[in-house]
Design a protein around this ligand. Structure first.
Ligand SMILES: Cc1ncc(COP(=O)(O)O)c(C=O)c1O
Length: 406
């Protein structure tokens, strides 16, 4: 039977790859290692006592609802609270255009399921969030990468690409982007680029998938409008949001906003995935909103992460060797920054030397579908403590310095 198993697997899973990042993360679990590799929020931010009290209260007072199956669309009370939250972002969203999902990752899977036929072209950034690549890959998307720079996805490159794809009769279904403090590169799509992206999507009649888990975690600079807001209800943008980074990921709770015809398909697709998102998680999140705790909590997260970001940037400035080919992004928010290293250093090989020196990162290669990223790495600053950040960067800088003349 085991030998026949390969023949029994569906074509969809045959194309799936084990996440290289997850495999490498296993190596970073040794106690002495300072890891910049994960993408986890800091557990110091988790409102454990508040949530413990709320969970008890919700189950006691609302248990017949909270422990039951819920509507696929989501708990109407939570949807209303989220719509209020979105109004603070200048977004007026009707309940029928908002779907509660089992966190952003489910939103990405829904997009794949509803839009991607085998080998359909999909445009992603170079680099891109590995979980989105995985989600779309499971529907056998054909990835076409567009470079990023300090202002996010390069719309000049995109313009030429779309023109070419139209000539070939092979336009993509959508462009996937993380406009705010992108994972992994930490860059933010500028206002001009947001407008250009929308104009291109309009011109070529394709969709934009905006994935924005870090949006509320801005430490410096000015807030920019979401692509969903700039779309002004035209229905070009699917906007994916989550509580994972602003509250905690264990609830597995997020929301998607899209036009009504898209939403109808998402609801049908979600029914076959999980019937509904956990009613218990939704009831707890609703109570958290109702008490007005979310805003305070976000402000506390911002204060903590802003400090950690500064500590990492200062340490990089202080310890990284001065070299024309070494640079790093200066994210205005989020959890990551992106370090570029000289062309003569292979970041996958350097990884093992870094582990020997008790420091870990994620190699850039995991965020590309075309073999790119060999001279770049993603560093996370939310999880390690401030002193670990300083020591870890010192170690990393030494490992890089030791490879400069090879
Ligand atoms: C860009 C991006 N999208 C989606 C997700 C998935 O988040 P969630 O926990 O809401 O599924 C992450 C998680 O790190 C992410 O960075």
């Amino acid at each position: 039977m085991l030998s026949r198993l390969e023949l029994l697997f569906s074509i969809n899973v045959t194309g799936m790859k084990k996440s290289v990042i997850r495999e490498l993360l296993k190596l970073t679990q040794k106690p002495d290692i300072i890891s910049f590799a994960g993408g986890l929020p800091s557990p110091e931010t988790f409102p454990i006592d508040q949530v413990a009290d709320l969970a008890r209260e919700v189950i006691r007072e609302d248990g017949t609802w909270a422990l039951q199956y819920g509507p696929t669309e989501g708990d109407p009370r939570l949807k209303e609270a989220i719509a209020g939250f979105m109004a603070t972002e200048n977004i007026r969203v009707k309940p029928e255009n908002l779907l509660i999902v089992s966190a952003a990752q489910q939103g990405l899977d829904l997009v794949g399921k509803v839009f991607v036929n085998r080998h359909n072209p999909v445009i992603i950034g170079r680099p891109s969030y590995v979980g989105a690549i995985g989600a779309f890959r499971s529907y056998a998307a054909n990835f076409i990468g567009v470079d990023l720079d300090d202002e996010g996805i390069r719309t000049d490159e995109l313009r030429m690409l779309l023109k070419q794809m139209r000539l070939e009769g092979n336009l993509p279904k959508f462009i996937y982007t993380v406009p705010d403090f992108q994972n992994p590169a930490g860059v933010t799509l500028s206002l001009k680029r947001r407008q250009e992206l929308l104009a291109l999507a309009r011109e070529y009649q394709i969709l934009i998938v905006e994935d924005t888990p870090y949006r509320q975690l801005r430490y410096v600079g000015r807030h920019l409008p979401t692509l969903y807001e700039l779309d002004e209800g035209e229905g070009i943008v699917i906007s994916i949001h989550t509580f994972s980074k602003i509250l905690f990921p264990g609830m597995r709770l997020g929301w998607v906003m899209a036009s009504t015809p898209i939403m109808e398909k998402f609801i049908i697709a979600k029914q076959s995935m999980d019937l509904c998102t956990s009613a218990l998680s939704q009831a707890i999140a609703y109570e958290y909103f109702k008490r007005g705790w979310l805003e305070t909590h976000i402000q506390e997260n911002i204060a903590l992460y802003r400090k950690k970001r500064s500590v990492m940037l200062e340490a990089l400035e202080k310890y990284m060797p001065g070299h024309p080919e070494i640079s790093w992004t200066k994210p205005e928010g989020g959890l990551f920054l992106w370090v570029t290293i000289p062309e003569n250093i292979d970041v996958d090989r350097l990884f093992y030397q870094a582990l020997e020196a008790n420091v870990a990162y994620v190699s850039g290669t995991g965020f590309y579908t075309d073999g790119g990223g060999k001279h770049a790495m993603r560093l996370n600053f939310s999880y390690p403590s401030e002193s670990q950040i300083v020591t870890g960067i010192q170690r990393l800088a030494e490992v890089i310095s030791g490879n400069l003349d090879i």
